[in-house]
Design a protein around this ligand. Structure first.
Ligand code: AQP
Length: 334
């Protein structure tokens, strides 16, 4: 069975952009692939974060993923920092990664613009990502379009390590991008992003979904209620394709072109579509929230399973690199 790895940062609520761009592909893959999904908390500390919230956000992300349909019976779900080999391999990979490649990454340029002082961790983010994937020698990495450039670099890092140590050890993982490549945020401009607050969360209550949608940007040509619009220029029309049925999508387009509906009318229909689509996710989320012990247990079992694979890889990596083995303590049978 091909092995799949993907990760998500606990940097905010799981939103419909993450869901459409990545998570629903993970859910589809878990039946026919060996899947490892990690909540990558050490990635999230490369941006501003509040330490008093990190554990809660990590737990919330686990709850949202499970509620969305990640099934611990079929897939290994774990927290990145619970498997320390991720950071160990990351250090090793820094020694074969060209600095110039890191500096030209679009996400590094975007995110460093948002920070007053740029931590080296933000630059090295794709190396930790390479470690996440290569640690499990994964074949496939289902991601949104924003991560494709990082995946190219991961492939290059795998090639360089293999060449440096004359080993055909790390496979070159392939990015898998679904149909929802880049969901735009409710500001109508930037990528929907946890850290930008332009999102709809997948466990949001209907009232919250409406609150978020009400001020969302639509076709700028619709200045007044009677101005006809072009649905193709409206980000919310794109969202209708995912959350409304075909008849509604066609009606939305007609009503927009003829100014039959105002944008608020269109938003009300979209809010209903999103709310009812996500209702089962909200319900499962509430059940899991009431049983945090069960969620902690799933993460513990996930870390155990991932840790076993990670230790196997690291032992071979060290062997290829000629790293001295630690002496076993007397009487040790391990
Ligand atoms: N807007 C999006 N459209 C499609 N796919 C998306 N993804 C993220 N945003 C969109 C995909 O979701 C997966 C998890 O993302 P991540 O947590 O690793 O980081 P990210 O891409 O940086 O996501 P955010 O929401 O923008 O988080 P912040 O604000 O913390 O940086 C990835 O596969 C990503 O492609």
């Amino acid at each position: 069975m091909p092995r799949v790895f993907s990760g998500i940062q606990p940097s905010g609520e799981l939103h419909i952009g993450n869901y459409l761009g990545a998570v629903r592909n993970w859910i589809d893959l878990q039946d026919k692939h060996e899947c490892l999904i990690s909540i990558v908390d050490y990635h999230s500390i490369t941006q501003d974060f509040d330490p008093s919230e990190l554990t809660t956000k990590t737990m919330d992300m686990a709850i949202s993923l499970l509620a969305a349909g990640i099934d611990p019976e079929k897939c290994t779900l774990f927290v990145q920092s619970h498997v320390p080999e991720h950071t160990e391999l990351s250090w090793i990979l820094t020694t074969v990664t060209p600095l110039g490649e890191l500096e030209r990454m679009t996400q590094f340029k975007d995110k460093s613009r948002r920070q007053e002082s740029i931590p080296a961790g933000l630059l090295n983010y794709p190396i930790l990502q390479a470690a996440d994937i290569l640690l499990y020698r994964a074949d496939l990495v289902p991601v949104g379009e924003d991560q494709v450039q990082h995946l190219e670099l991961v492939r290059e890092i795998a090639r360089k390590w293999n060449a440096r140590y004359k080993a055909d050890f790390f496979p070159e993982p392939k990015a898998m991008v679904g149909t929802a490549k880049r969901i735009v945020g409710l500001d109508g401009e930037t990528k929907m992003s946890k850290s930008l607050g332009n999102t709809i969360g997948i466990v949001d209550e209907p009232e919250r979904i409406w609150e978020q949608l009400k001020p969302a940007k639509t076709d700028p040509a619709r200045v007044t209620r009677n101005d006809p619009g072009d649905p193709e220029k409206c980000n919310l029309y794109t969202l209708h394709h995912y959350f409304s049925n075909e008849a509604t999508v066609n009606n939305v387009a007609d009503q927009c072109r003829n100014a039959g509906w105002g944008c608020l009318d269109c938003k009300k229909v979209l809010a209903q579509g999103i709310s009812s689509h996500l209702e089962p996710v909200r319900e499962r989320g509430a059940e899991l929230r009431a049983d945090p012990g069960r969620v902690a247990e799933i993460l513990r079992d996930g870390a155990k399973a991932a840790g076993r694979l990670a230790r196997e890889t690291m032992s071979e990596v060290r062997e290829h690199m000629g790293v001295m083995r630690a002496a076993r303590s007397q009487g040790s049978h391990t």
